[in-house]
Design a protein around this ligand. Structure first.
Ligand code: URA
Length: 431
C-alpha cells in the first residue's frame, strides 16, 4: 500500500477501505507518513467527504491508537456529555452534579481551553485547591463513592486524533463533518461511558454556523456512537448569543452555583435541565417526563448543589466558594460597561463576547498562557431587554485595570435597536 495511491483515490472521491485508513493512521503515528502527505489527504477528505463506513473506520483507528478507559464496573450507569463548545458554556459544572445526585456515574475527563475562556478543568481549577489529576484508582473510587469525578484529559486517549487535530488546525481542514465527528467520537468512545449526550452548538459563537450543519454533525456522531454499542442522544442548540449571564472562569462557576440553587437565568436553566433529562432518561431507563421531574427536584430540593459541594471537596477544592458564591465575583478591578444609546438589545454576538473576555485575561491565546481566574463578564441585561443610554449592560472584571480593548470589542458585538427582537429559539432538535 502507498499513501500516494490513497491520497489519489480520495482526491477522486472514491471510498477508502478499513485497511487503507488503518495503514494511514498507523503510518502517520509511527512517522512513515509525513505531515505534508497527511495534509493532502485531509484536504481531499474536506473536499470530497467520507461516507458512513469510512467515518466509522477512521473513528475506530483513532480510538485504537491509545488507551481506553474501562467503566464497565459501573454497568449501564456511566455517562458522559460533550459540548462542541461556545461562549459561557458552563453546562458540565451544572449537569454533572445533577445527574450524579440522581445515581448516574460521572467519570469525566474534560479539556482545558484554548481561546475565549478556559475549559471545564480551568473553571474547576479556579476554585483554590481543586486537583484535576488523579490516579486511576482514586478516580474510580471517587466515582464509585460519590458518583462523580472530573479530571483533566489524558494525552493517551486517542493520541492519533491529537496529532491530526494539530495538523488540521494549521491546514484549514477543521471544517469537515466526518473529520469533526470522528475526532470527537474517538475521544468520547475512549473515555468509556455507556451513555453519551452531545450538545451540538450552532450560531456565531460555534464552529457550526447553521442549524442544518449542526444537525448533520449531530446525526453523524449519534450514528458512530450507536454503531459502537453506546446509548446516544444529541441536542442541537443555539450559540448565537452567549449562554447565561457569566463569561469567564470563576464567574462561570458563580453562575453554575446560581442555577443549582434554582436562581439562575432561564435559558441556561432550560438547557441544563434538558441535557440532564436526556442523560438521566438514557442511563436510568426513564421516560423523559419522569426524568425531567427528577432533575427539577434535584435542583429545587438542593440535592444537586450538595452533590457539587461533595464533589469539589473530594477533589480538594475550597467549598467556601460554593457556600458563599459572592466570593466568586471578587476581583481586583471592576468596570461597568454601559449602553451608548437607548433601545432593545437585539444582538449580542457570542464570538465577539468571547474575544472581549479573552482580552480581559479569561482565556488563553497560546498553549501554556496563564489564565486570570477573576477575569470575566457578568451581563446585567440580555437579548431582548430595553436599555437606556448610560445604563449598565454588564460588569467587567479583571486582575488588571485595562478595559478599553474589551469594551470596544463588546460594543462591536452588541446591536441596540428600536424594535423588540423576536425571542431566540434555544433547542432546535433532539436526535
Ligand atoms: N473538537 C474536536 O474535538 N474535534 C474537532 O474536530 C472539532 C472540535
Amino acid at each position: 500500500m502507498r499513501i500516494y495511491d490513497i491520497i489519489t483515490k480520495k482526491k477522486q472521491g472514491i471510498s477508502l477501505s478499513y485497511e487503507e485508513i488503518k495503514f494511514t493512521i498507523d503510518g502517520y503515528m509511527d512517522g512513515r507518513i509525513a505531515d505534508y502527505q497527511m495534509s493532502a489527504l485531509l484536504m481531499a477528505i474536506c473536499l470530497k467527504g467520507m461516507d458512513e463506513s469510512e467515518t466509522n473506520f477512521l473513528t475506530e483507528c483513532m480510538l485504537k491508537s491509545g488507551e481506553t478507559v474501562d467503566l464497565s464496573q459501573f454497568g449501564e450507569l456511566s455517562i458522559d456529555k460533550h459540548s462542541t463548545g461556545g461562549v459561557g458554556d458552563k453546562t458540565t459544572l451544572i449537569v454533572a452534579p445533577i445527574v450524579a445526585a440522581l445515581g448516574c456515574k460521572v467519570a469525566k475527563m474534560s479539556g482545558r481551553g484554548l481561546g475565549f475562556t478556559g475549559g471545564t478543568v480551568d473553571k474547576l481549577e479556579s476554585l483554590t485547591g481543586y486537583i484535576s489529576s488523579q490516579s486511576a484508582d482514586a478516580f474510580f473510587t471517587q466515582v464509585d463513592k460519590i458518583g462523580i469525578s472530573v479530571v483533566g484529559q489524558s494525552g493517551n486517549l486517542a493520541p492519533a486524533d491529537k496529532k491530526l487535530y494539530a495538523l488540521r488546525d494549521v491546514t484549514a481542514t477543521i471544517d469537515s463533518i466526518p473529520l469533526i465527528a470522528s475526532s470527537i467520537m474517538s475521544k468520547k468512545l475512549a473515555s468509556g461511558a455507556h451513555n453519551i449526550v452531545l450538545d451540538v452548538k450552532c450560531g456565531s459563537g460555534a464552529f457550526m454556523k447553521t442549524v442544518d450543519s449542526a444537525r448533520e454533525l449531530a446525526k453523524a456522531m449519534v450514528k458512530i456512537g450507536t454503531g459502537f454499542g453506546k446509548r446516544m442522544r444529541a441536542l442541537v442548540t443555539d450559540m448565537d448569543i452567549p449562554l447565561g449571564v457569566a463569561v469567564g472562569n470563576r464567574t462561570e462557576v458563580w453562575e453554575a452555583v446560581q442555577i443549582l440553587s434554582g436562581k439562575g437565568e432561564q435559558r441556561l436553566t432550560e438547557l441544563c435541565v434538558s441535557l440532564a433529562t436526556e442523560i438521566a432518561s438514557l442511563a436510568l431507563n426513564l421516560d423523559t417526563g419522569s426524568a425531567k421531574a427528577m432533575v427539577k427536584n434535584a435542583i429545587s430540593g438542593g440535592l444537586a448543589l450538595n452533590k457539587m459541594k461533595e464533589w469539589i471537596l473530594a477533589q480538594g477544592g475550597d467549598i467556601s466558594y460554593i457556600s458563599e458564591p459572592s466570593k466568586l465575583l471578587e476581583s481586583p478591578y471592576k468596570k461597568s460597561f454601559v449602553a451608548k444609546s437607548e433601545g432593545y438589545i437585539s444582538g449580542i454576538m457570542a464570538d465577539g463576547v468571547g474575544r472581549a473576555s479573552m482580552l480581559l485575561g479569561a482565556g488563553r491565546a497560546q498553549l501554556g498562557d496563564k489564565i486570570d481566574y477573576t477575569a470575566g463578564i457578568i451581563f446585567k441585561k440580555g437579548y431582548g431587554d430595553y436599555v437606556h443610554s448610560g445604563e449598565e449592560i454588564a460588569t467587567l472584571q479583571s486582575a488588571t485595570n485595562s478595559f478599553d480593548q474589551c469594551e470596544s470589542e463588546l460594543y462591536k458585538a452588541l446591536t441596540v435597536s428600536c424594535e423588540k427582537p423576536r425571542a431566540k429559539k434555544l433547542i432546535f432538535d433532539v436526535i
